[in-house]
Ligand binder design. Sequence first.
Ligand code: HEC
Length: 184
Amino acid sequence: MTSIEPEKKKSPYVTVIALAVALLVVLLTCVPYLVSIALAESAATAEASPIFGVTIPAGYKQWEFVAPAEEAAPLNELRAVVGNRTAVDAYQDGKLPFPDGTILVKRAWKRTQSPDFASATIPGVPTTVQVMVKDAKKYAASGGWGFGRFVNGKPVDEAQHRTCFACHEARAKGHDYVFTRLAP
Ligand code: HEC
């Protein structure tokens, strides 16, 4: 009996120390990871476009696909338009105008020949991320849309942002200023 006593007393300490060490390891592993996620998120959302105050929406790379597009020379780009839930629902229901809260993002890359298959074209370096946010009241002067064009995550200048609505209004007015249709 007495020989078992010291053993019993020791084991809770061992458990506590083991738990503390495990907790420390978990913390040391997770904290830098969480910090880097937080930094990446804020970097992706921090800077707003001139005139409209539009930012790159967090998580847009996971959004649903609306349609691809391709731009001839000199830009030579591959593009993909993606939308948030509100956007995709509106597309699927054929709802026009798009409701407030709709966000459309156009991603673009240099057209690049596949290294694995000569006739295949793949996305090369990313060029721009372009964003349209619907808020009929806030953006009443531009058809209800706020615009943002970003290069390397930074908004381009005000002069470029003055061109957005003019072109979308001139060519896509009949479709709520949106060119892209849901890909069949
Ligand atoms: C000279 C015409 C023109 C100008 C200027 C222009 N766009 Fe567009 N935009 C288009 C066309 C055409 C499309 C259709 C997709 C494609 O061909 O790339 C498009 C598509 C888009 C889309 C996807 C939704 C849609 O309408 O199809 C977004 C988002 C967008 N543009 C944002 C912008 C922003 C932000 C600016 C200003 C910085 C801008 N555009 C300036 C012609 C223009």
